[in-house]
Design a protein around this ligand. Sequence first.
Ligand SMILES: C[S@@+](CC[C@H](N)C(=O)[O-])C[C@H]1O[C@@H](n2cnc3c(N)ncnc32)[C@H](O)[C@@H]1O
Length: 376
Amino acid sequence: MNEPKLAPKYGTAAARWAGIGPYYGMFPTAFTDRAVDEYTRPGDTVIDPFAGRGAAIFSAATAGRPAVGIDINPLGYVYSNAKLKPVGYKAVIDRLGLLAEAAGQYRAIAETLPEFFHYCYSPPVREFLLAARTHLNWRRSNTDRVLMALILISLHGKQGSALSNQMRQSTAMAPNYSVRWWQEKGLTPPEIDPVTFLAKRISWRYVHGAPQTSNAVVYLNDSLQYLPRLAREVREGKRDKAKLLITSPPYHNVTNYYYDQWLRLWLLGGPEYPDTYASNCYGGKFSNQYQYRQLLEQAFAKCKPVLADDAIIYVRTDQRESTYRNTKAALEVNFPEKRITEIPRPMPPQSQTKAYSRGGAPKRANCEIDLLLTAR
Ligand SMILES: C[S@@+](CC[C@H](N)C(=O)[O-])C[C@H]1O[C@@H](n2cnc3c(N)ncnc32)[C@H](O)[C@@H]1O
């Protein structure tokens, strides 16, 4: 690909919004900007069936390409569509003010939250979060979704830069483990006013306003269920075939996208404990190799009717044997007419391989690889 055309890091609205929000396996924006620039022309449609936080779709949308993504995880949906359908600064600040007024009603209920929440958040933060959890209609309202996304980013992280007691920003640890750790270290939740804290961050995000985006959306759904609907729209002439499929499917046996995000999913209305996510529901860690292969093969098969014959397919994956082998095979089965070029990637700082590699990981664990499919 061509050399990146780098904008100053936070010098434009698009650059400030692209960072919404922390997500495993998130594509670096510079990479998706380049891919969209190199492999499509304005007006060409871009698709990502495992869209995550919507990095590829956002790059397409800010470069004047219609784009459609799908992700099964509500967190990916909120982050993606907050960027793709932003609203004005005042709407978000006004909504924050309404939550501040509502928070007082949650004093009693905040007391009844499990122990974890008492160690993680100060009382005003707990009350505010309960108000946000109850009142923000992130599925339907663009304003509520933007505000929710901006709260989710700060929901946990380093003391001082987040609403929580000391935590990682990327993943929420298990409740019992966290409580023990805070107790051992004598750490207490920060005494902050959540509204002042968030208002400052919202202002930062809007310094250059909201980004201009083309017709783009990420649907909250299972790709296997939703892709046939896109195919029908293509058949009915309501949607153009895509010229670029760019995606990064989940990796085999690396992370459970739900368990590791249980606290953010709680704010979106999920359970107060992560145990529900420990099993293989929602794909789990994609640890069953047969099911993993089926998912990839079927997803790519269902992409075919929405792709132009000369579409470019760009898939970023993990070099570890099972992920790499299954992903490549799923592509070969579905696109035998295309040539596959392999492009090894140096380890990006926030790749899912790096974030979730544990000691003793297989030899090939330190690299990602891009599979580029073009006409022979
Ligand atoms: C590696 S992440 C994609 C990250 C993305 N490239 C980004 O920039 O944020 C893989 C995504 O696949 C999603 N996923 C897994 N199974 C899915 C399915 N059946 N349908 C749609 N999305 C799925 C996960 O929720 C996860 O967000």
